[in-house]
Design a protein around this ligand. Structure first.
Ligand SMILES: C[S@@+](CC[C@H](N)C(=O)[O-])C[C@H]1O[C@@H](n2cnc3c(N)ncnc32)[C@H](O)[C@@H]1O
Length: 272
């Protein structure tokens, strides 16, 4: 059974979550919030949302705070989700960089890792001599729980059901013995990815060299328009001239002021 949440309690949680993660919860998300946090209240022995709130406010830098945000965020993802972006990477971006043989990519809301591993597979499978290339992918998320899964590189076999078998063979190891039913990413993919926790709401990101491509897919949908605008303009600063930004297919920058050139509904380019 879910705990009851008063209007005032909902407002306080809503404000806290917005300030910390940019996630904007409308009034219609009240029961969703109550149901996602109820188990946590029960486990911690709290009787009301106010008690839990007070505990969170005691130390906003605590693990409990991260845990609460983990419970709120939606982590749905897939290998080769929205495949047009990977085709664009293969057909347009990589040929443009063929001389330099270097690419820097940021998967900025990477969830459990399917997105950065798909990027890595695309890189290896699209160029002639991958060993001659310098590939680097930064994969980040707010949630430490999903990041831990991502870094482990272990998935249920079901997750690659729709991935072509030859791709699975090249890039995954099938579990044996007690690991039957699991698959694991091969080391060559893991080697080019660095996972770290990073909040998109931060004013600055710990990224020193300019990027060729930023993936920011299926997270902006949870942000309000001013937050989206700030974010997209920040991304612009971290891209090389001519660099690209991919957003999710259900997202749009139509109402957001930004300096990018729109190449397709979800593909943007910084001026050269
Ligand atoms: C629905 S998943 C999208 C995963 C992947 N990009 C995709 O399209 O398949 C959204 C992710 O955004 C993350 N997220 C939410 N707010 C964030 C923030 N402020 N900073 C970084 N990541 C955030 C969530 O933890 C979640 O893993």
């Amino acid at each position: 059974m879910d705990y009851a949440i008063s209007t005032e309690e909902f407002e306080r949680f809503r404000r806290l979550i917005y300030d910390e993660s940019g996630i904007s919860l409308g009034e219609q998300k009240r029961s969703l919030l109550a149901s996602r946090l109820s188990k946590r209240l029960r486990d911690l022995g709290f009787a009301t949302f106010s008690e839990y709130y007070n505990r969170l406010m005691e130390d906003p830098a605590s693990d409990e705070f991260t845990r609460m945000l983990d419970l709120i965020s939606t982590n749905k993802t897939d290998f080769f989700r929205e495949p047009k972006h990977f085709e664009f990477l293969r057909d347009r971006i990589l040929p443009e960089l063929a001389k330099a043989k270097q690419i820097r990519i940021w998967s900025s809301a990477c969830s459990s890792g399917e997105e950065p591993y798909t990027i890595a597979m695309t890189l290896y499978d699209s160029v002639q001599n991958p060993s001659e290339w310098d590939f680097k992918i930064l994969a980040s998320d707010l949630s430490t729980r999903v990041l831990a899964r991502a870094a482990s590189g272990v998935y249920d076999e079901e997750r690659v059901r729709d991935v072509p078998p030859e791709v699975v063979k090249r890039h995954f190891l099938r579990g044996r013995g007690s690991s039957v039913g699991n698959i694991k990413i091969k080391p060559h993919l893991g080697q080019i990815i660095r996972f770290r926790r990073l909040n998109l709401m931060d004013d600055h990101y710990p990224i020193k060299s300019p990027l060729d491509l930023i993936f920011c897919r299926n997270v902006m949908i949870y942000f309000d328009r001013p937050t989206q605008e700030r974010l997209v303009n920040k991304f612009h600063r971290y891209l090389k001239p001519g660099g690209y930004l991919f957003i999710g297919h259900s997202e749009s920058l139509q109402w957001v002021k930004h300096p990018f050139k729109a190449l397709a509904p979800t593909i943007y380019q910084k001026e050269r």
